[in-house]
Design a protein around this ligand. Structure first.
Ligand code: APR
Length: 232
């Protein structure tokens, strides 16, 4: 089975009602990213940071996976699918995808501020100041903040180096090192990019599918069915 590596961003969850970041009305229009998603913000105003992630977690509990997430699960019947997501939601998991790597953390998890190996599921939507790990240290959102290193980037690069097919869905490719993962795909690897808007990328081996994720993944499925002659 060919290795199909899928890099997803906020756009794949847009049809589930989850806001993207850089579009009109996106999260970074509403909040100053350095006030809610950086180590400096956590130092300066942890209550605001907690509130920002609690509000997003509350919305996530009401969201459901969409056709885009489900279409990727369907492709697991025909390809070795590996999801590398920039998203912190759990919609790929809830849709049924098996192999998921979260580059930027997970909204439904908390991490000890004294030992980053201590990671806990958050029960419900709220994480509070005063919630501590087993060592008594304050818990923080298990999110990679701006200015922090991306612990899983090497693992993600190795996955991309083994790609036979790359798919990019719902990311503006604005944020590195995630956006640089395309460069790890072997030379000549076919890349399919699903996005209703134009996405600037220097990579010239891209087939653009200018659709929302739900429709775009179905179109991709039909293209791959033709190219790899499998029957659904
Ligand atoms: N289907 C597919 N793509 C969509 C849809 C949709 N229904 N709606 C919007 N998009 C596209 C937009 O056109 C845009 O290209 O999704 C992309 C969202 O881009 P961003 O808002 O920049 O989100 P993303 O690329 O995931 O941001 C990367 O930046 O803020 C940090 O850590 C955060 O993981 C995030 C990273």
């Amino acid at each position: 089975m060919e290795n199909l590596v899928v890099l997803t961003g906020a756009g794949i969850s847009a049809e589930s009602g989850i806001k993207t970041f850089r579009e009109m009305g996106g999260l970074w229009e509403e909040y100053d990213v350095m006030e809610v998603a950086s180590p400096q913000a956590w130092e300066k105003n942890p209550e605001l940071v907690m509130r920002f992630y609690n509000e997003r977690r509350k919305k996530l509990l009401e969201a459901l996976p969409n056709e885009g997430h489900r279409g990727l699960v369907e492709l697991e019947k025909y390809f070795n699918v590996q999801i590398v997501t920039q998203n912190v939601d759990d919609l790929h998991e809830r849709a049924g995808s098996k192999n998921i790597l979260h580059l930027h953390g997970e909204l439904k998890k908390a991490r000890s501020t004294s030992d980053s190996n201590l990671i806990y599921e958050i029960d419900g939507w709220e994480l509070k100041l005063g919630d501590t790990c087993e060592k008594g240290s304050q818990l923080r959102p298990h999110i990679v903040w701006f200015g922090e290193t991306v612990p899983k980037i090497s693992e993600a690069a190795i996955i991309c180096e083994k790609a036979d097919i790359m798919v990019v869905i719902g990311t503006s490719l604005n944020v590195y090192p995630a956006a640089g993962l395309l460069d790890y795909a072997p030379h000549g690897t076919p890349i399919y990019l699903i996005d209703p808007n134009d996405v600037g990328t220097k990579n010239n081996n891209i087939t653009f599918i200018k659709e929302k994720a739900g429709t775009g993944v179905q179109q991709l499925f039909n293209i791959l069915k033709e190219k790899y002659s499998f029957n659904d």
